[in-house]
Each structure stands twice: as structure tokens, then as C-alpha cells.
Ligand binder design. Structure first.
Ligand code: MSP
Length: 515
């Protein structure tokens, strides 16, 4: 990779998760997608700052602490730890883990607030309206539905009537500028369908936004007016600039901000695609490069919820199936951006068919033949003939094709392309029958095995972000040195004569779960 664009630093974020409850599959999913992109960027040789963390203020967390009979800070410490542990369980290559109760973050919130006040973007008034604690969000009367005398937000969360003094952000003044911004940056919101929803919402007219509360205390105090704490979404969104160095480290901030990409679920798109760029522009700061809103997982066809008791614990899933099959499945099964259903049978089928059979067997067959028939040493680079052309072209173009999909967060298509190439390679083995060539044409046998080795190297290299553990193992077995595992190194063939270790199975077949 050459040129300035390719060296541009990349700041990639996950949402910061509420500490009202333990992590579940949905949290693991968003963080996993962000991790794959962060790892891909590193393979491209770009500087990466990958951030995750926990959102610890607000009424919802305060209530969860009270229900647990704990002091809010002690409660946050305890639950935040589970999210931090999840980064190890899922092998998330995070560079920082931010907690909104940290002093650095309170400093950033106060600085952003002061800047907004200084620019006349915040004023004091009275808020009267509907609020859903579960969403930590305000709703207009026309957005609500009523059942048995209780009003509900579109998310299904019950709302309550709130009336209290409040500071307001002049969001109403930002509608036109937001629309101009979306227009000038057509890929700011992905997928495109979600972008249209956001634009329609902004076009329907934005009111000013209440950005402080007085009826509880668990939040960042408003500078100069201790009766108020900041609205938890203003506090939470600010985490992204806190971690990038705002306002204390301007050199660091200049390096990482604006973020390349905020990964979020579709539930919190409005906050990221409307409020956040408005806050930033109002404070004279650049909006992020992109917000990608992915879809929602259900569990065996049912909505995932604590009350249904069907929450999927990512830690148990990894214990049961192994990390890489879980990582692979989550990004392979469902087009990124769409809703999807988690099913154990589907995970087992993907693992057995695509990992253990297609990829695992290809590696095992190829490497075993090199062990047995080539004295466990890598044949020299092969001159390709006509029958090698199809596979050769797929392999040569693989990193660029996969990279093209990852530019648009099409993880499922990236994996599709790799799997198609793996299948092509398996077909090539069947046609070429390298085991039969040992006696008849050992030179051709060496060429075929070398072509397969080159293919496996390319597969393993581009799959590292998805399955870091097993692909490191495969690259070890292929004899690829650490320093030759980036995308740029793929253009340089490995020298022939390299001693290769005996292969070991990469993936195990899993028994199909009882129906
Ligand atoms: N604290 C806010 C985010 C603040 S970001 C500045 C929040 N936290 S959360 O704990 O509720 O996490 C929400 C995110 O978790 C969703 O946006 C999504 O990324 C992920 N998911 C939670 N449940 C999910 C599914 N069932 N399916 C997929 N992802 C889901 O909102």
C-alpha cells in the first residue's frame, strides 16, 4: 500500500454499552464487526485506534443500581468489568476502553458544553413531554401508541410524562445544515435504506432538544449549574471525542478525529446520525466519516429479551462452539445491515460445511501432500498454465475484492467471495489430482501444490480479521513469517524450500444439536 490516503489514521468505534445489564450477543455482534474492520485496516498497514467502553450515567443505570441494592459507582464498576472481559473473550483488538464515569470524560463533557454555551447553542427553559427511561429518549405525542392506559414509544418502551427545568440545544436550527451535510456526504449513513429514514425524519422538522435533567443526580453536572446533570446521550456521545484526546491533547485529537466509522445498531441511529453531527458542527468540530447501523438479532425466531429468558450469552456460546466459528457465523449468516435470526443449527451447519469441510480440508489435504510428497518443503513459485488460470485470477484479486466489500462494511459479501474461492480451490484439487501426479509428473505435482499453497496463504491472510486465532495457526502451518502476513506482502511470493511443519486440523466438526 502506498500513498497518503492509505496511511490515513482510522478511528473506529463501537457504541458504549449501558451497564444496566450483562453483555449479550447483540453487544458482541456490534463490537465484532468493528473489530474486523479495525484488524483489516491494520493489515492494510494503517494506524488504527479502536475504541469501545461503557455508558454509565442516566436514570436507567441509576435504577438498575438501586434495584441491585448497590451504590451506583460500585454497580457500574462491577458491570463494566463484564464488558471489559468480553473484549478478551471475543478477541476484540481494542486500543482503549472508555467509561463515562472517568474523570477524563467529565472534563470533555464540560468542555463541549461550555463551547456550545459560548456559541449560543444552549439555552435554559422548561421541558414538558414524554420520556422513555429504557431508551433514555424523548418522544413526541404523535410517535406514541396507547395500550391499557399506558403509552409506549415505537421501541416498545413505556413513556412517562416529565416536567422540569431543562437546558435545550438549538437542534431546530440545524435541520437544513444536516440535510446539506447528508447530501454532500452520501455515504455518511449506511445502509442506504436507513439513510432515507433519517433524512425523512429530519425533513419532518426537528424541535430543540432537552439536554439536561434535574429530577435525578446520576450524571455529569452541568458546568455552573449543579442542579442539572447532562442528558445521558450528550454525555455518552461525547465519549468518542474524549477518547480521541478532546480537549486536553490537541495533537492526539488532530490525529484521530474525525472518526472513520461509528458502528451502531439500528436502534440508536437517530442519536448518532442526527444529534451527534449537530452537536459537533455546533461546537465547530467535524462530524464523523460514517455511521453504519446494523440490524437486530432474534433468537430462534423470537425477539431477544430478558423477560422471555432467551438472552444469548456470548461467553457460553464461545465456550460451546469455540471463538472463531462464532465470529465467522455472526458475520457470515446475515447480510450486515439486515435483521437476522440466531440458530444453533445454522451455526453448526456453517461450521461443519464451510470451516471444517471446505477450508479445513483444503488446508489439510494440501499440507499433508506437501509433507508426504515434497519432503515437507514448499515447492518454488509455479509457472501457471491454462488450467490454473481461474483459481489464479481469484487468488490474485482476492485482497482487493474483499477490501472493496469491507469499504462498505459488507462483511457477508467479503466472506462469500473468500468461500467461493475456497470452493474453486477444492474443485481444482479434484480436477488436478496432485496425489496421482507423484509418479507420472512430479514437476506438475509440485506446481499444483504450490498454487494451492499460494491460494491458502491468500485465504488465511484476508480471513485473519474474521478468525484471528485459527488463521494465525494456518499461517504458521503455511510457513508464512509474521512480517509477511499483511495485505501488501501478498504480492511477494514465499521462497521455495521453506520447511513446513506437519499440519493439524484447524476446525472441528460439531455434532448437530438435538432438534
Ligand atoms: N448506551 C447506549 C449507546 C451509547 S453510544 C454513544 C446504548 N447501549 S446498549 O447497551 O443498549 O447497546 C445498544 C447496542 O447493542 C445496539 O445499538 C446494538 O449495537 C447492540 N445490540 C443490542 N441488542 C441487539 C440485538 N438483539 N441485535 C443486534 N444488536 C443489538 O444503546
Amino acid at each position: 500500500m502506498t500513498g497518503d490516503a492509505e496511511q490515513r489514521p482510522c478511528f473506529i468505534t463501537t457504541p458504549i454499552y449501558y451497564v444496566n445489564d450483562r453483555p449479550h450477543i447483540g453487544h458482541a455482534y456490534t463490537s465484532l464487526a468493528a473489530d474486523v474492520l479495525a484488524r483489516w485496516r491494520r493489515l492494510e498497514g494503517r494506524p488504527v485506534f479502536f475504541l469501545t467502553g461503557t455508558d454509565e450515567h442516566g436514570q436507567k443505570v441509576e435504577k438498575a443500581a438501586r434495584d441491585a441494592g448497590m451504590d451506583p459507582q460500585a454497580f457500574c464498576d462491577q458491570v463494566s468489568r463484564h464488558f471489559r472481559d468480553l473484549t478478551a473473550t471475543m478477541a476484540l483488538s481494542v486500543d482503549d476502553f472508555i467509561r463515562t464515569t472517568e474523570p477524563r470524560h467529565k472534563v470533555a463533557c464540560a468542555a463541549l458544553w461550555d463551547e456550545l454555551v459560548r456559541r449560543g447553542e444552549i439555552y435554559l427553559g422548561d421541558y414538558e413531554g414524554w420520556y422513555a427511561v429504557r431508551d433514555e429518549a424523548f418522544y413526541g405525542p404523535d410517535e406514541l401508541t396507547e395500550r391499557d392506559g399506558v403509552k409506549y414509544a415505537p421501541s416498545g418502551a413505556p413513556v412517562e410524562w416529565v416536567r422540569e427545568p431543562s437546558y435545550f440545544f438549538r437542534l431546530s436550527a440545524w435541520g437544513e445544515r444536516l440535510l446539506a451535510f447528508y447530501e454532500a456526504n452520501p455515504d455518511f449513513i449506511l445502509p442506504a435504506g436507513r439513510r432515507n429514514e433519517v433524512i425523512a425524519f429530519v425533513k419532518s422538522g426537528l424541535g430543540d432538544l432537552s439536554v439536561s435533567r434535574t429530577s435525578f443526580r446520576w450524571g455529569v453536572p452541568v458546568p455552573g449549574d449543579d442542579a442539572h446533570v447532562m442528558y445521558v446521550w450528550l454525555d455518552a456521545l461525547t465519549n468518542y471525542i474524549t477518547a480521541a484526546g478532546y480537549p486536553t491533547d490537541s495533537a492526539r485529537f488532530a490525529t484521530w478525529w474525525p472518526a472513520e466509522l461509528h458502528f451502531v445498531g439500528k436502534d440508536i441511529l437517530r442519536f448518532h446520525a442526527i444529534y451527534w453531527p449537530a452537536f459537533l458542527m455546533a461546537a465547530g468540530l467535524a462530524p464523523p466519516g460514517r455511521v453504519f447501523a446494523h440490524g437486530w438479532w432474534t433468537n430462534e425466531g423470537q425477539k431477544i429479551s430478558k423477560s422471555l429468558g432467551n438472552v444469548i450469552d456470548p461467553v457460553r456460546l464461545v465456550e460451546e462452539f469455540g471463538l472463531d466459528p462464532v465470529r465467522y457465523f455472526l458475520l457470515r449468516e446475515v447480510p450486515f445491515g439486515q435483521d437476522g435470526d440466531f440458530s444453533r443449527a445454522a451455526l453448526v451447519a456453517r461450521n461443519n460445511g464451510e470451516l471444517a469441510n471446505a477450508l479445513g480440508n483444503l488446508a489439510n489435504r494440501t499440507l499433508s501432500l506437501i509433507q508426504r510428497n515434497c519432503d515437507a518443503t514448499l515447492p518454488g513459485p509455479a509457472v501457471r498454465g491454462a488450467s490454473d488460470a481461474t483459481l489464479g485470477a481469484l487468488v490474485d484479486g482476492l485482497a482487493a475484492t474483499v477490501g472493496g466489500h469491507l469499504e462498505r462494511q459488507e462483511f457477508h459479501l467479503a466472506l462469500d467471495v473468500v468461500l467461493a474461492a475456497v470452493r474453486e480451490a477444492n474443485g481444482y484439487v479434484t480436477v488436478e489430482q496432485p496425489w496421482a501426479l507423484k509418479k507420472t509428473d512430479p514437476v506438475r505435482m509440485a506446481a499444483v501444490l504450490r498454487i494451492l499453497h499460494d491460494a491458502l496463504r491468500a485465504f488465511a491472510t484476508v480471513l485473519q480479521p474474521f478468525m484471528p486465532g485459527s488463521m494465525a495457526k494456518l499461517l504458521d502451518q503455511l510457513g508464512v513469517p509474521e512480517e509477511a502476513r499483511g495485505l501488501g506482502a501478498l504480492a511477494t511470493p514465499l521462497p521455495g524450500g521453506l520447511a513446513l511443519p506437519p499440519p493439524e486440523p484447524l476446525f472441528r466438526k460439531i455434532e448437530a444439536p438435538a432438534a
